[in-house]
Design a protein around this ligand. Structure first.
Ligand code: ACO
Length: 331
């Protein structure tokens, strides 16, 4: 019995912010952003919006996609680095309540932009171990909430959004054609943690009641260091996945990379000796939505009729931690 993706959906805020919009408030330009990253637009939550609002919308869309209802869900995993609350309750519990998923356990996963591929593997193991039948894996982020909008090195790169997959146990017919999560690979290198960090607000440097948090509310990034890690990680993870699954790259129909920077995706294509059109790319519209970027891309592909039953797809991601990983899935 294999764990397979039964339903997929996404939820992106309606408010679109273009590069030209950003250039009105920070020293940047559409030309710089597009030529260095491939980004044209990002979507940002309205004031008061939180990760669970987007996670809830994506979960509803994934359940609708496969005709399941919330009562059938055994577990909710929300991959996020922008939870509704620092610590607790988890965003997964907030979503569980809003969905009315009364039979579901719920917890968050913190693996930054690799969170969704981590979540798929956690779900696969629970399902193939016979513990659960239906697990909602959600990537949901509101990075706009922890972005320093005066820092042009970071604020142009990110957007808000959520994507969700209902991962289910094959019933002997759904997985008889080999449909399912075939193999995953997950890695971490905590020695690179400082390259992408939100240093304050946790137990190491708690916000103090007698000082205004100021810029320490925001995350910081060493763009060059993350870039070098990413260029190595994406291609390497792809090669490891292929070796684990004993597959040749020519059998992969589509690669769905984490959408952080078109130049990182181009480097991955070069390493795997693949043309860029084998990669699904929607960074121009959504920017980097961290853990949400891969499920948003999958939902996009499904909606456009690009994803077809029987296709072999590969996900590859990298993120803060530092983390990286991926999955090979027969759709
Ligand atoms: N607009 C205009 N100029 C800018 C901007 C901007 N938005 N940002 C930086 N610059 C300037 C810099 O100040 C620098 O100017 P200088 O030469 O006068 O000092 C110049 O552009 C070049 O800067 P670089 O940092 O060398 O630009 P680079 O081409 O390396 O691109 C980038 C920077 C896009 C951040 C790249 O390093 C990158 O994509 N890194 C990976 C980031 C990433 O993927 N992060 C997400 C990780 S996933 C997660 O877990 C959240």
């Amino acid at each position: 019995m294999k764990a397979y993706i039964k339903g997929i959906g996404s939820c992106v805020p309606a408010r679109k912010v273009s590069n030209d919009d950003l250039a009105k408030t920070v020293d940047t330009s559409d030309e710089w952003i597009y030529s260095h990253t491939g980004i044209k637009n990002r979507h940002i939550v309205e004031e008061g919006g939180a990760a669970s609002d987007l996670a809830f919308g994506a979960a509803l869309a994934a359940l609708k996609d496969c005709g399941e209802n919330a009562a059938a869900v055994d577990m909710i995993l929300v991959a996020t680095v922008t939870p509704d609350y620092l610590g607790f309750p988890s965003t997964a519990c907030v979503v569980q309540d809003r969905l009315g998923a009364r039979n579901a356990a719920a917890m968050d996963i913190s693996a930054a932009c690799s969170g969704f591929v981590y979540g798929l593997e956690v779900a696969r193991v629970f399902i193939e171990g016979g513990v659960y039948k239906n697990i909602l894996v959600i990537g949901a982020e509101t990075l706009s909430r922890i972005t320093n909008w005066k820092d042009r090195n970071t604020c142009v790169l990110f957007g808000d959004g959520a994507g969700a997959a209902l991962v289910s146990a094959g019933d002997g017919t759904a997985d008889s054609s080999g449909r399912g999560i075939i193999v995953s690979h997950l890695e971490a290198d905590g020695s690179g943690g400082s390259a992408l960090i939100r240093p304050d607000g946790g137990s190491r440097n708690p916000f103090a009641p007698d000082r205004a948090p100021g810029d320490t509310l925001f995350f910081r990034m060493d763009g060059g260091k993350v870039y070098r890690f990413a260029v190595d990680a994406l291609g390497r993870v792809g090669e490891i996945l292929l070796a684990k699954a004993a597959l040749d790259i020519s059998s992969i129909d589509f690669i769905i990379p984490h959408q952080a920077n078109i130049r990182i995706i181009e480097a991955c294509a070069k390493r795997l000796s693949l043309p860029l059109d084998k990669f699904y790319i929607n960074i121009q519209e959504f920017a980097n939505t961290s853990s949400a970027s891969i499920p948003i891309a999958l939902a996009d592909m499904k909606q456009k009729g690009i994803l077809k039953a029987g296709q072999l797809i590969m996900t590859v991601a990298f993120g803060a931690g530092l983390t990286c990983g991926g999955n090979i899935i027969r759709w």
